[in-house]
Write a protein that binds this ligand. Structure first.
Ligand code: COA
Length: 268
């Protein structure tokens, strides 16, 4: 359950690391212990979840984020302070000297992902592809015209996967911009056929295509993942992907910060 602190991992502007946690791999006691890492505000938010799987996803996301950032800098897991921009995008506020450590988090049923890079813009999205959706009904409300047309032309048996490919890519981009759905979802679109997805923009969402490096893959048979990165240099970053179960450092256990129950009401 504990692990000694390792030497900080190297990270540079031309690299992006993606850390993945399978929620099913986190045992109950370990999950409960993550509460110790939360700030007062995070605890408050965690307590307010009414549905257990949403609370667990949030808690695991926070544990993955805090333990991951502490791999890159000698900062205790519970010492990171986050703030959010006007659109709710979190960033490192303290230590102020580490604000260039850029991250993005995504969670869905069964999976949490955290992407980290230095100084660039990064967005990640994971979706459980088993969830109930009607791709043809939803597409015109969230996709651009070329994506809607492509989806309609896709054979029904392949449509669900293609829908989630577009969905995760679009989410990864708007998350990398830090602006969420305030961006015009119809103002940019992806081309999926080719060695890697390519992004295109219209005047509704002005941006430069050459800035963006995007990936998509299926980390498990029931999950889709997409990643969008704009590096300061414009060069394509190296991508490193790792599966991990967040573990608490010995110091957090010894100091026993907070109580595991956190005073949260019983969840469904
Ligand atoms: C909030 C939003 C950024 C992501 O929501 P989501 O896909 O439901 O959730 P994810 O699990 O992928 O991401 C949530 C995490 O993104 C981060 N986040 C929140 N706002 C963000 C923003 N504006 N930019 C980047 N990241 C943001 C947070 O870390 C959050 O996790 P936390 O609440 O545990 O801290 C936004 O894209 C949204 O509201 N999406 C709605 C869904 C939609 O209509 N999508 C259209 C797809 S084409």
């Amino acid at each position: 359950m504990t692990e000694p602190r390792a030497a900080p991992l190297p990270l540079d502007e031309d690299r992006v690391d993606v850390w993945l946690t399978a929620l099913g791999a986190v045992e109950h006691d370990l999950l409960s212990s993550y509460v110790r890492l939360l700030s007062a505000a995070e605890r408050e938010r965690w307590r307010r979840f009414l549905v257990r799987h949403a609370a667990d996803q949030y808690l695991t996301g926070r544990a993955l984020l805090r333990t991951t950032l502490s791999r890159y800098a000698p900062v205790p897991e519970d010492a990171w302070v986050f703030e959010t921009n006007a659109y709710g995008c979190p960033y490192v506020a303290e230590p102020a000297a580490l604000r260039d450590l850029r991250f993005n988090l995504s969670h869905t049923e069964g999976l949490v992902a955290c992407a980290v890079t230095l100084r660039g813009d990064v967005g990640v999205d994971v979706e459980n592809t088993g969830r109930e959706v009607d791709p043809l009904a939803l597409a015109p409300t969230v996709f651009a015209a070329p994506e809607v047309r492509d989806l309609a032309a896709t054979p029904p048996e392949a449509r669900r996967q293609r829908f989630f490919a577009y969905w995760t890519l679009k989410e990864a981009y708007i998350k990398a911009r830090g602006m969420g759905i305030s961006l015009a979802l119809g103002g940019f679109w992806f081309e999926l056929d080719g060695p890697a997805p390519r992004i295109h923009f219209s005047d509704l969402c002005p941006d430069r295509e050459e800035r963006w490096h995007v990936w998509r893959w299926q980390p498990t048979p029931s999950h889709a993942l997409a990643l969008a990165v704009a590096t300061p240099s414009g060069r394509a970053p190296r991508l490193v992907v790792r599966w991990v179960v967040p573990t608490l450092p010995a110091s957090a256990i010894a100091e026993g910060r907070g109580d595991d129950a956190g005073g949260r009401p019983a969840l469904r």
